[in-house]
Each structure stands twice: as C-alpha cells, then as structure tokens.
Ligand binder design. Structure first.
Ligand code: FES
Length: 101
C-alpha cells in the first residue's frame, strides 16, 4: 500500500506554524490553504461518512463537495476554505448517530 503523499509543496520558504490533526502535531505553512497543506503532509482521511464510515478526502478544493469537512477548534468547517493559522486544533467531525445522510 502506498503511504507517501502524491502532493508536494511548491514554495518551501513560507513561515511554518504548529497545528494538531487528531492530536498529531504538524508544521504547516501559515496563511496557506489548510486542505492543501494537510494533503501535502499525507493526512488521510479528513472525515468519515456518518452511515457507512467510508473515508473522505478533499475532492473539489473549491467549497462545493464538502468532502473536506473537519472540526477546527470545535467548529465544523470546509478545510479547503480555511487558511492555516497557528495552534489550530483539527479533528475529524463527530458523527451524528441520528443522521441518515
Ligand atoms: S474539497 Fe470540496 S468542499 Fe472542500
């Protein structure tokens, strides 16, 4: 099974800040797109579907598909619509057990 990310960073000179995804510390480029930075770090999946638990990762990168949903400091957000800031606490969204979506 392939584990290395196929995404790479073009600009390696930007200032990096520490964030946590599911408790794992990551050093991401401040001000860059959060979904792109997480993909470049090999983070997968971003979330799981409520019914089957199927893994989901960013697909459209423009706010249309919602496959990039994460919780940032307790609020559910689209990672592709958020810029990286220092000390973000990022987790997979909690699954609503009453949801049929
Ligand atoms: S990747 Fe589709 S909404 Fe974020």
């Amino acid at each position: 099974m392939k584990t290395d990310s196929e995404f790479c960073l073009i600009d390696e000179t930007s200032h990096r800040v520490t964030v946590r995804f599911e408790g794992q510390e990551l050093n991401l480029r401040e001000g860059e797109n959060l979904a792109a930075e997480l993909l470049a770090m090999g983070v997968a999946p971003f979330r799981r579907t409520p019914v089957s638990g199927a893994p989901r990762n960013p697909f459209c990168m423009m706010g249309a598909c919602f496959d990039c949903l994460v919780e940032i400091d307790g609020a559910t957000r689209q990672a592709c619509m958020v810029e990286v800031t220092e000390n973000m606490e990022i987790t997979m969204p909690s699954v609503n057990e009453n949801s049929d979506a």
